[in-house]
Design a protein around this ligand. Structure first.
Ligand SMILES: *Cc1c(COP(=O)(O)O)cnc(C)c1O
Length: 259
């Protein structure tokens, strides 16, 4: 019988298995961190209304630049992130997984590497692999905090093209101090310079402020967000990033039109 490995697939995919958080039929699915409650009826009705309106124009491609969506997301970030963000700073995609994929397609790729401090979100390594980006597992302390000196050393030694910082971290819940992020950003700029992706999928649950204001004056820093966790809308597949407008322009080089 023909299996995957009998096909002429890329060598680095041989013998690998897909992302596998099991989808179980149980009331509380902690492994994928979904909200166990359905959307409120009023919201479901409003979505149905808007889908009916949108259905009339499905003969046309959608707005490629998602201007209205990005404007609304920028307004949300400005309201909650203690930092003014404009539409030009925001890019949205099918979940923050796609945002991360587009960033790695743009800033990673064959011959390049990405570094993350493990244990952390396993998709960072998987999307790196999928985009042909080499993966480097960076150090973390026993208590799951980031040891700044050890992290700086790992960055200096490996000079990665992309550095992932997840705050609060998945699966450990540990938030990262702004000073730590700044120190790692400086180390990453000195070593390469490289793109620093701050994954804030869980930030709305945190007692700490968002790291969003750190993008100011730092064009190589990106904050990624999602509707999947705090908004209980994992099925919506909406993730987004905030960064310097040049980063938003850069991901246009790899994004599929009308995604
Ligand atoms: C759940 C999660 C995501 C979300 O991915 P989506 O594609 O937006 O659903 C991203 N990063 C981390 C750290 C997560 O835990």
């Amino acid at each position: 019988m023909t299996g995957i490995d009998d096909l002429p697939i890329r060598d680095e995919l041989r013998g690998k298995t897909p992302y596998g958080a099991p989808q179980l039929d149980v009331p509380v699915q902690l492994n994928t961190n979904e909200n166990p409650y359905e959307l409120p009826a009023a919201l479901v009705a409003r979505i149905a209304e808007r889908v009916a309106e949108a259905a009339r124009t499905l003969n046309r491609y959608p707005d490629r630049d998602a201007v209205e969506l990005r404007t609304q997301l920028a307004a949300y970030l400005t309201r909650t992130g203690k930092h003014p963000v404009a539409r030009e700073n925001v890019w949205a995609a099918n979940g923050s997984n796609e945002v991360i994929q587009q960033l790695l397609q743009t800033f990673g790729g064959p011959g390049r590497t990405a570094l993350g401090f493990e244990p952390s979100y396993s998709m960072h390594a998987l999307i790196s692999r999928g985009t042909g980006t080499g993966w480097i597992s960076g150090p973390r302390r026993e208590d799951f905090t980031i040891d700044v000196e050890a992290a700086e050393q790992a960055i200096a030694e490996n000079a990665p093209d992309v550095v992932f910082i997840t705050s609060p971290n998945n699966p450990t819940g540990t938030a990262v101090e702004a000073e730590t992020v700044l120190a790692l950003y400086e180390a990453a700029q000195a070593a390469k310079p490289s793109l620093v992706i701050v994954d804030e999928a869980y930030v709305e649950f945190s007692h700490r402020d968002s790291l969003l204001p750190l993008i100011e004056g730092r064009p190589n820093m990106v904050v990624s967000r999602t509707m999947s966790k705090a908004f209980g809308a994992a099925g919506l597949r909406l993730g987004y990033l905030a960064a310097h407008p040049a980063v938003v322009d850069a991901v246009q080089l790899v994004r599929l039109p009308y995604h």
